[in-house]
Unconditional design. Structure first.
Length: 403
C-alpha cells in the first residue's frame, strides 16, 4: 500500500537518458539517500534506476528502528545519531514529510553484561540522552514486563522508529526536485566496462553511460558485482514479522505501549507500531533464501514461537490479536558490518545486515563525499572496505548484540 502511494506521487515517468555523471542502481533507502545527497552537494547529473518501485525491496519491509546504542562502537553510534537528527529534520532538509515516532530503546542487562553498560558509557560520553535503571526502577517504569533475571536496564532515551518505504519515497521526490532522473520498473541487466573499469549500466532500453556507477541494490548487489569480477560476501536471510493488536485494556493500562527492546542474545525484537500496534520480528534467523523467491508469510511454527516469547515477557498481551504479518530479507555480511567502498569505478553500498535503515542519511552523505572528493571525513571509511574479507573471511568482529 505504501509503495503504491509513493509510486503515484512520483512525477511523470521520464525517458531513459544515454548517459549521466552518476548512475545509482537501487531505489531503497540507500539509493535514494545517495541520490539526494549527490544532487544537493555536487553539481552532477544523476540517474537512479530501480527494478521495481521506490522502496519496494528490503527497505519497504524494514522495521525502521532508529536507535543509537551500539555498545562501545562509536562509529555506528555517531552515524546513527547524525542520521536520526536528519530524520527528525527531514521536512526542513528535503521539503518532504515522513512518518516518525519516538520510542526509547531499552536494553536489559545482568551484572556481567558488559555490552549494555559499554553502550551506556558511549552514549553518555557523546552527549546522547541515556538513562540507567536498577531492577526496582525498571519494574516501576516498565511494569508490563515480567522477568527477574535482569539487574538493570539502559534506555536509549531519544530512539524512535519510522517507515522505510515512506522515507525512501521522500528522498526520491526530494532528489527529483534537485534534478535527479528516476527510472522505476527498469531492471539493470548488466554493467558495461572499458579497460577494466565500469563505464555504465545496461537495461532493456539500452545503455546508460557513466563514469560513476553506484550499486545500492540490497540483496541483488552481489549478482551485478559478480558480472565484473567483484565478489561480495552477502547472504540473503528471510526474517518474519507479525503486528500485534493489543486489547483495549492493555492500551488503557499502558497508553505509551511498550519500549523498543530485544533481550540479550535474543533472536527476536519488538517495537511499538503506528496506530497502537506492536511489531514483533525475528532477527538474523539464518534462513538463507533467494531474494526473488521466498515465502512472504510467516511460518506457523515461527508465529507461535514469537507470540509465546512475547507473552512470556509481557503476559498482558496474551489476548492480543494479530493485525498483520509478512516477511522481508536482510543482506548480511559475515561480520554484520556494512560494505561501503569503490572499486573499478564502481561504488558499493550494501551488506547492511539488518541494521542499515537507521544510517540511511549518513550513507548518502558518505557516498556523495566519495563520488565528489574521493574521500570522506565523516567516518573512517576503511572500516567498511570490501578488502577486509580478503584479509580475513570473517571480516571485522561486530558484537552480535549490536546488530
Amino acid at each position: 500500500m505504501a509503495t503504491a502511494t509513493i509510486a503515484m506521487r512520483m512525477s511523470t515517468v521520464p525517458s531513459q537518458p544515454d548517459g549521466a555523471d552518476v548512475v545509482i542502481v537501487g531505489g531503497g533507502i540507500m539509493g535514494t539517500s545517495i541520490a539526494f545527497f549527490t544532487a544537493t552537494e555536487l553539481d552532477l547529473d544523476v540517474v537512479l534506476v530501480e527494478a521495481d518501485n521506490i522502496g519496494s525491496g528490503s527497505t519497504g519491509d524494514s522495521s525502521a528502528v532508529l536507535r543509537h546504542h551500539y555498545g562501545d562502537d562509536e562509529i555506528y553510534t555517531k552515524m546513527a545519531w547524525w542520521s536520526h537528527q536528519f530524520y527528525r529534520q527531514f521536512s526542513e532538509k528535503t521539503g518532504e514529510r515522513i512518518a516518525h515516532a519516538d520510542s526509547p530503546l531499552v536494553r536489559f542487562a545482568s551484572d556481567d553484561d558488559s555490552y549494555v553498560m559499554d553502550g551506556y558509557e558511549t552514549l553518555e560520553s557523546l552527549g546522547i540522552p541515556v538513562s540507567l535503571y536498577d531492577r526496582d526502577e525498571v519494574q516501576e517504569r516498565y511494569p508490563m514486563f515480567s522477568f527477574d533475571e535482569f539487574d538493570r536496564a539502559v534506555s536509549d532515551d531519544s530512539a524512535g522508529y519510522s517507515d522505510g518505504a515512506d522515507v525512501a519515497g521522500g528522498f526520491a521526490r526530494a532528489a527529483q526536485e534537485q534534478g535527479v532522473t528516476i527510472l522505476t520498473n527498469t531492471p539493470v541487466t548488466d554493467l558495461t566496462t572499458s579497460n577494466g573499469r565500469v563505464d555504465g549500466v545496461e537495461t532493456e532500453l539500452g545503455t546508460i553511460s557513466s563514469e560513476n556507477v553506484v550499486l545500492a541494490a540490497g540483496p541483488w548487489t552481489p549478482r551485478l558485482a559478480e558480472s565484473i569480477g567483484i565478489e561480495i560476501p552477502i547472504t540473503t536471510e528471510r526474517e518474519q514479522v507479525i503486528i500485534l493488536e493489543p486489547s483495549e485494556d492493555y492500551k488503557n493500562a499502558y497508553p505509551e505501549l511498550t519500549p523498543t527492546t530485544a533481550l540479550p542474545g535474543g533472536s527476536w525484537y519488538m517495537r511499538p507500531d503506528f496506530s497502537d500496534g506492536i511489531l514483533v520480528a525475528t532477527h538474523h534467523s539464518g534462513e538463507q533464501v533467494d531474494p526473488d523467491n521466498y515465502k512472504n508469510k510467516p511460518d506457523e511454527d515461527v508465529l507461535l514461537e514469537l507470540t509465546d516469547k512475547i507473552f512470556d515477557v509481557i503476559p498482558e498481551l496474551s489476548d492480543a490479536g494479530i493485525r498483520g504479518q509478512y516477511c522481508g530479507v536482510y543482506s548480511t555480511t559475515p561480520d554484520h558490518d556494512f560494505i561501503i567502498d569503490e572499486t573499478k569505478n564502481c561504488y558499493l553500498a550494501c551488506g547492511f545486515s539488518g541494521h542499515g535503515f537507521k544510517h540511511g542519511p549518513a550513507i548518502g552523505k558518505i557516498v556523495a563525499d566519495l563520488i565528489g572528493h574521493g574521500e570522506t571525513d565523516f567516518i573512517d571509511i576503511d572500516h567498511f572496505s570490501l578488502d577486509r574479507f580478503s584479509e580475513d573471511a570473517d571480516g571485522n568482529s561486530l558484537s552480535d548484540e549490536a546488530i
